[in-house]
Design a binder for this molecule. Sequence first.
Ligand code: ZN
Length: 171
Amino acid sequence: MSDSNLVENVLEIKKFPDPVLKKISKSVEVFDSELENFVDDLFRAMRVHDGVGLAAPQVGVSKRIAVVEYEEKSYVLINPKILEQKGIQEGEEGCLSFPGIYANVKRPQWVKIEVQDTKGEKHILEGEGYVARAFLHEMDHLNGKLFVDYLSNLKKNAIKTKIAKGTGGHF
Ligand SMILES: [Zn+2]
């Protein structure tokens, strides 16, 4: 497959302030080949845009589905739930829906989550450090929560101004 084929048919990433990003996503109840294809499309869009994770609302689909890929490990998060979390970390985060915007966000250092795969089978995943951050960032998307919501209003307004001016575009 050539690069141009790879970029064609890739899901479009919804950018802030698209209202779909603020919606609470619905649980997945049907585990069929359509879901499997959608998860593949999510991975593809994430890789094309150089992301570490991507949630369904970011492509305009209000369902509790997200993918994460870090250090060659791929994670499918369908109907994810937090079981346990520990510690605290602070680090820089970006988001494909906010091109060119980065912000320091505090998150738990470690999480244990329960997810379903595309067949509906339940799995327990543990993530530490960067992976924990990615899981939690994507799970926030499913609840309409965006990483800039962790920032003060002053910083949020600065980001809005930056987006309005269109200075972003790192991805
Ligand atoms: Zn994001």
